[in-house]
Design a binder for this molecule. Structure first.
Ligand code: HEM
Length: 461
């Protein structure tokens, strides 16, 4: 019996929405066709087999690659033998200029030290101290949206700005009025050009610079001085002697390695600041965009969420926002912001009886897993009730919006609190509809983005 058969999805009151999804890649795609598609959207390179089979072995640029869709193989790579599987050279090449030696792309001992040092800054208790910043930034966005609600509204842009504002305030306690545009400029500039892997980025060994790497190095110079300027401004705003931490900067600055009692150096702290702002805002902004898109296409679900959000007198009481949270969970099933988790083998291994060589590439794609026909019933339908309390929980390795194992997203709780509170407050304030009737397609470049910014109509409730 498959997991989908064992798992009886609670039937929704109305036929579920099935949002449009991108066509599956042709089985006869050439290596060049794949490379071009990869630059445009990784999701477009996956054919029907990727959504049906357990393991797909292929060869790409002289290396074996494995798409893994079974709990056992995923557990092996991300949990049991995780130390043998590192970030891929292409991933490091693309991310290092913006994230430096921060947590997301560090490995081995350096990663362990950073992870255990940072962990206390992301506990549920620490996140609760950041909630007032999240609420203030959300309410500021709602006020701005109210002022422009007479015309068409670009909610993708609004969500990216809001999550950037939340990232800035939770990090530094100050609003992003003065620096938000510059910060957004950096993110857009990098995403539009330098984050897209070029042919030579994939082909050359990591020690050899690709032509794009020269532009990336120039970008890094400007970016690190911008982050240093933000940190200097935060320090000038006053020390926090003796008082409880009020933002992530305080929490990360006070962090000490539990074994050695060492603090981060300034350069290390700068890389963590960059990592948290970038890893946190684009992903959560994308999740919120897709949630609003799905709710606009599914008015009955939106009404149900609005009733819950308006009924929850104090939205600080997250416990009450169960349906809102289920909508967030189901949105991230259909549109996981991190559509792909890639690893390269550091040494030889065996997976499902097949030999793995050093440098082979392992692909664990939340995008595929979350729509896999063996793992989900009605896999393409939007059914938030799957995630309501009482429904059978999904298999631990079938639903991975935040990854799994020692390298699971450190900001998962932060992101879930932020997305649930923001969605509840926005839907309590506005009815959301699509003005733009054309299908919106997801494209996978770093995160699962919409292929364009559709226009919405928002009506104050
Ligand atoms: C909806 C929002 C988010 C999603 C979908 C998401 C997704 C992920 C995923 C899938 C990973 C694991 C990658 C892997 O195993 O290769 C990850 C790691 C990470 N995330 Fe998130 N993330 C989100 C929000 C955040 C936030 C808000 C922060 C920080 C404030 C954050 C910081 C990080 C960091 C630092 C790592 C690296 C952890 C490590 O390697 O030890 N993320 N995220």
């Amino acid at each position: 019996m498959s997991i989908a058969e064992a798992w009886d999805v609670p039937s929704p009151a109305h036929p579920p929405l099935v949002p449009p999804s991108p066509p599956r890649a042709s089985l006869t795609m050439t290596a060049f066709g794949r490379m071009a598609a990869m630059r445009r959207s990784m999701i477009d390179t996956w054919g029907p087999r990727a959504y049906e089979e357990d393991i797909i072995r292929g060869r790409f640029l002289g290396r074996s690659s494995f798409i893994l869709n079974t709990p056992d193989t995923i557990r092996h790579i991300l949990v049991d033998n995780y130390e043998n599987y590192t970030r891929t050279p292409a991933g490091i090449r693309v991310l290092r200029p913006v994230l430096g030696e921060g947590l997301l792309i560090s490995e081995g001992r350096a990663w362990k030290y950073q992870r255990r040092t940072l962990a206390p800054a992301f506990t549920p208790r620490a996140v609760m101290t950041l909630v007032p910043h999240m609420i203030a930034a959300t309410d500021q966005t709602i006020a701005k949206l109210r002022a422009i609600s007479a015309g068409p509204v670009d909610l993708r842009e609004a969500m990216q700005r809001m999550t950037l504002e939340i990232a800035g305030r939770t990090m530094f306690s100050f609003g992003m009025d003065r620096h938000g545009a510059a910060l957004r400029g950096f993110v857009m500039e990098y995403g539009a050009r330098l984050a897209r892997p070029h042919f030579l980025d994939l082909l050359l060994p990591l020690g050899w610079p690709s032509p794009q790497d020269f532009s990336r190095a120039r970008f890094r110079k400007r970016w690190t001085s911008f982050v240093a300027m933000l940190m200097a401004e935060r320090r000038a705003a006053g020390k926090n002697e003796g008082a409880p931490p009020r933002d992530l900067f305080d929490l990360m600055g006070a962090a000490r390695d539990p074994e050695t009692n060492e603090a981060f150096t300034d350069a290390q702290l700068g890389d963590q600041v960059a990592t948290m702002i970038l890893a946190g805002h684009e992903t959560t902004g994308t999740a919120l965009f897709w949630a609003l898109y799905l709710l606009a296409l599914d008015p009955a679900t939106q009404d149900k969420l609005a009733a819950e959000a308006q009924g929850a007198a104090d939205v600080l009481d997250l416990e009450r926002l169960k349906f809102t949270r289920a909508v967030v969970d189901e949105t991230m099933r259909l549109y996981p912001p991190a559509f792909l988790i890639a690893r390269a083998a550091a040494g030889a291994d065996t997976i499902a009886g097949m030999p793995v060589k050093k440098h082979d590439v392992m692909l664990i794609a939340p995008w595929l897993l979350h729509r896999h026909e063996k793992l989900w019933r009605d896999s393409n339908a939007f059914v938030p009730s799957r995630f309501m309390p009482g429904a059978p929980p999904p298999d631990r390795f079938a639903y991975l919006p935040f990854g799994v194992g020692p390298r699971i997203c450190i900001g998962a709780h932060f992101a879930l609190v932020e997305a649930t509170l923001a969605l509840a407050r926005i839907i309590a304030a506005f009815r959301v509809e699509m003005l733009d009737k054309e299908p919106v397609m997801p494209i996978g470049v770093v995160t699962t983005q919409p292929d364009r910014s559709p226009m919405f109509r928002i009506t104050p409730r």
